[in-house]
Write a protein that binds this ligand. Structure first.
Ligand SMILES: [Zn+2]
Length: 79
């Protein structure tokens, strides 16, 4: 009976180890692909309302050219 339990524990451990190894391998590829895809670093701008910094392409601009972190803060206006 003890041998069966040891065998089950070894098999479960092996399966978990293989799943972890496969997941970390996939994550590594994704990280490498992301690094290859991203070009030069984006210019950071500060939200005129709350001051949080975000990449310029993600910012929302108002008519005066001020940057905001989102539509809600653009509507709230600069502080
Ligand atoms: Zn904001």
């Amino acid at each position: 009976m003890i041998r069966v339990l040891v065998l089950v524990a070894v098999v479960v451990g092996l399966v978990l180890w293989l799943l972890k190894a496969r997941r970390s391998q996939g994550g590594g590829n994704a990280a490498r692909d992301g690094a290859a895809r991203s070009g030069p670093p984006a210019t950071m701008v500060a939200c005129a309302h709350c001051g949080v910094h975000l990449p310029r392409p993600d910012a929302v601009q108002d008519a005066q050219g001020r940057s905001f972190c989102g539509e809600a803060h653009r509507l709230a206006g600069p502080r």
